[in-house]
Design a protein around this ligand. Structure first.
Ligand code: ADP
Length: 396
C-alpha cells in the first residue's frame, strides 16, 4: 500500500511516499523558504537527489510543484496519482475535538477550519494540502493525524490554567501541548534503543528544533508537556520566548504602546535565542558566535539550557522518577554542545553523560555513561513514518 504523507505547515512543505506496512521509502522531499524568490525544492528518490531553487509563493504552489514532479516521465516516481492508496496529513490543532487520528470527511474539514484561530500559522496550510488532494484524488481515503492528539490524555490538573474556569468552558483555553507526532516516535524509538517496555518507562523528552517542547511520559502516555494553549509556552525556542510572566507582556504593551498583533509577533517571531542574542534563529550561528566569545550568544545558550534543566527537574518530580532523557530535533540531534550543557552537573539526579559518546555519536544511540542510572538517548525523529503508520492503521 502506497501512502503519501504530507506535512504542510509553517514555512515549509515536507512529504514522503512510503510502502506500508514495510515502511520502505519510495520518495521524500521538502520545499523550504516558502514565499520567497529563492525557495528550495529537495527531492530524494531511488538514490537520486534533486535540488531546485525557484520562486514559490505559497503552500498551494509548493504542493502542486511536488505533485507535478512526481509524475514526470524522466523521474517516474509515480505513473499517475491513482497509485497513491492513502494520503496522511499532519494537522497541528483541532482543539478538543479529536483525541486520535481520523478519516477525513467534510465534518473533519470544517472542524480544522473552525480551529484556524488556535494555530494560525499551521492549520490553514494543513487544510490547503487536504483540499488540493481532495481535488486531485476525490475517491482516495485521507487521514488526519493531529499533532496534539498524543497529549490528549494529560490529567485535568495538568491541562488547567489557573484563571477563571469559565474561560476554559467558553473558549477551551487550556494546555494542549505540541510536537505530539514527534514524541510518539521518540518514546517508541527510545524504548526500542533501551530494550525496555515503554509502558514501564518514565521519560523526559526534549524536542529541540526551531520549535522546542519538553514532554514527561509515564505509564505509556504523555503526562506533562511544556507547550500549552499554543506552542509559545515552555522552553526557550528559536524565535519563541517560552515562559514569561504575562504581566511583563502587559507592562511592555502599555509602556511601548505595542498592539496585540505586534506583541504576538514579538513573542513568536522575535524572541527565543534569536531575541536574546540578536544574532539568528539558526542555532548553529549562535554556537559559532559563542565559540568566538560572543557574550549574548552565551547568554542565549545559558538561558535555553537553564530552562531545559528546570523542566527536567520539575518533570522528574511530578513523574516520581526518571529512566531516560531523550533528545531529538535539528538541535537535539546535532548540537553536541547543547546536549552536553543540558546534561551537565546532574549527577545528583543520577544523570551522567559520557562526553566521548556524545561527541562521537553518529545518528542515534545512548550517550550516557555506563554507570549513569538514568540513560541519555538521542533519537532521529521521523514524523512522516508516524503519520504513515497511523494512516495505515486507520484504513486496514
Ligand atoms: P523545524 O523542523 O522545527 O524547522 P528542525 O528540527 O529542523 O526544525 O531544527 C532546526 C534547527 O536545528 C535550526 O536552528 C538549526 O540551526 C539547528 N541545527 C541543525 N544542525 C545543527 C548543528 N549541527 N548544530 C546545532 N544546531 C543545528
Amino acid at each position: 500500500m502506497k501512502i503519501f504523507v504530507l506535512n504542510s505547515g509553517g514555512s515549509s512543505v515536507k512529504f514522503k511516499i512510503l510502502e506500508m506496512p514495510a515502511e520502505e521509502e519510495i520518495a521524500s522531499g521538502k520545499v523550504e523558504k516558502l514565499g520567497s524568490s529563492d525557495a528550495i525544492f529537495h527531492l530524494n528518490y531511488n538514490n537520486n537527489k534533486l535540488k531546485e531553487i525557484q520562486e514559490i509563493k505559497n503552500h498551494g504552489e509548493a504542493i502542486n510543484l511536488i505533485l507535478e514532479t512526481l509524475i514526470k516521465p524522466e523521474i517516474e516516481i509515480l505513473n499517475d496519482y491513482e497509485e497513491i492508496d492513502v494520503v496522511g496529513h499532519r494537522v497541528v490543532h483541532a482543539g478538543e475535538n479529536f483525541t486520535g487520528s481520523v478519516m477525513i470527511d467534510q465534518e473533519v474539514i470544517d472542524t480544522i477550519r473552525d480551529s484556524f484561530d488556535l494555530a494560525p500559522l499551521h492549520n490553514p496550510p494543513n487544510l490547503k494540502g487536504i483540499e488540493i488532494f481532495k481535488e486531485i484524488l476525490p475517491g482516495t481515503p485521507m487521514v488526519a493525524v493531529f499533532d496534539n492528539a498524543f497529549h490528549a490524555e494529560i490529567p485535568d490538573y495538568v491541562r488547567t490554567y489557573a484563571i477563571p474556569y469559565k474561560y476554559y468552558e467558553k473558549h477551551a483555553v487550556r494546555r494542549y501541548g505540541f510536537h505530539g507526532i514527534t514524541f510518539n516516535y521518540m518514546t517508541d524509538r527510545a524504548a526500542e534503543i533501551l530494550e525496555r517496555d515503554k509502558n514501564e518507562l518514565k521519560l523526559f523528552s526534549l524536542m529541540l528544533g526551531s520549535g522546542c517542547t519538553a514532554n514527561a511520559f509515564k505509564n505509556g502516555k504523555s503526562f506533562e508537556v511544556s507547550t500549552g494553549f499554543t506552542p509559545l509556552e515552555g522552553l526557550v525556542q528559536s524565535t519563541r520566548s517560552g515562559d514569561i510572566d504575562p504581566a511583563a507582556v502587559l507592562y511592555l504593551m502599555r509602556k511601548e504602546n505595542i498592539s496585540i498583533d505586534e506583541m504576538d509577533r514579538i513573542l513568536n517571531s522575535e524572541s527565543g535565542w534569536k531575541g536574546i542574542s540578536g544574532i539568528s534563529n539558526d542555532f548553529r550561528k549562535i554556537v559559532e558566535a559563542y565559540q568566538q566569545g560572543n557574550e549574548m550568544a552565551e547568554l542565549a545558550i545559558n538561558t535555553a539550557v537553564h530552562r531545559a534543566q528546570k523542566y527536567l527537574g520539575a518533570y522528574t518530580a511530578v513523574m516520581g522518577g526518571l529512566d531516560a532523557v531523550v533528545f531529538a530535533g535539528g538541535v537535539g540531534e546535532n548540537s553536541v554542545l547543547l546536549r552536553e550543557k543540558i546534561c551537565s552537573d546532574l549527577e545528583h539526579l543520577n544523570i551522567k553523560l559520557d562526553k566521548k559518546l556524545n561527541q562521537n555519536l553518529e545518528g542515534e544511540g545512548i550517550i550516557s555513561a555506563a554507570d549513569s542510572r538514568v540513560k541519555i538517548v538521542v533519537v532521529n525523529t521521523d514524523e512522516e513514518v508516524v503519520i504513515a503508520r497511523e494512516s495505515y492503521n486507520k484504513v486496514v
